[in-house]
Design a protein around this ligand. Structure first.
Ligand code: SF4
Length: 85
């Protein structure tokens, strides 16, 4: 299976060592970045349609904020991605 073309520059995947070593993160990468859910990644869809600047660093591929983080500062298109995509 091919990899997402955004993988090397994705601020979510590349954010930190702790992230890349976590089991949950590896699950996301296998499912989305290198797997069958790739085209469903909300980050990828937002970036393609509106530019990577509006994709929040703490947005997970499923469109939710990382646990213990907030979406309060997100662009309206990111916060309400289901209306804009
Ligand atoms: S999180 Fe989404 S945009 Fe980032 S590399 Fe994975 S599939 Fe691509």
């Amino acid at each position: 299976m091919r990899e997402c073309e955004k993988l090397n520059n994705c601020s979510f995947v590349q954010c930190c060592d702790a992230y890349s070593k976590s089991t949950a993160a590896r699950g996301f990468v296998n499912m989305y970045c290198k797997g069958s859910r790739m085209e469903a990644c909300v980050r990828k869809k937002l970036s393609t349609k509106y530019g990577r600047e509006i994709v929040p660093k703490n947005m997970m591929p499923n469109g939710s904020p990382l646990p213990q983080t907030s979406s309060a500062d997100w662009d309206i298109k990111a916060k309400n991605y289901f209306k804009y995509l």
